[in-house]
Write a protein that binds this ligand. Structure first.
Ligand code: SF4
Ligand code: SF4
Length: 106
């Protein structure tokens, strides 16, 4: 069976598809790592990555051109939903498909 691999640095689809919500405890001001300026309060102790609430979501930390060359400006400080998002997961495949990046790079 052929192993399918994606290169996240030439993708970025997941960072421009979903709302990214995280607990307030992840904010720098609360002892976490994620810069306060990147989160917008949405209530119930949750914050949303800036830009992911838009009609066409795109996290404001995502730099570069989708599907060409991208990187996360706060990679080491990104919240847990980003850390736990798995490449080749259903969400990954869905995000790529929605952005017309369904082609698998081998
Ligand atoms: S959609 Fe998948 S391949 Fe693309 S950046 Fe996210 S995890 Fe990586
Ligand atoms: S913080 Fe980084 S990894 Fe998370 S959605 Fe934004 S650009 Fe993507």
């Amino acid at each position: 069976m052929t192993e399918l691999t994606f290169d996240c640095q030439s993708c970025g689809a997941c960072c421009a598809n979903f709302r990214v919500d995280f607990d307030e405890s992840e904010l720098e001001s609360n002892g976490g790592k994620t810069p306060d300026s990147m989160g917008e309060p949405i209530g119930h102790g949750l914050y949303r990555m800036r830009g992911t609430d838009h009609h066409n979501p795109r996290c404001s930390a995502l730099q570069g051109q989708l599907g060409v060359k991208v990187h996360c400006a706060i990679y080491e400080f990104r919240p847990t939903p980003c850390q736990s998002f798995s490449i080749n997961s259903d969400g990954c495949l869905k995000a790529r498909q929605r952005k017309g990046l369904g082609q698998l790079s081998l």
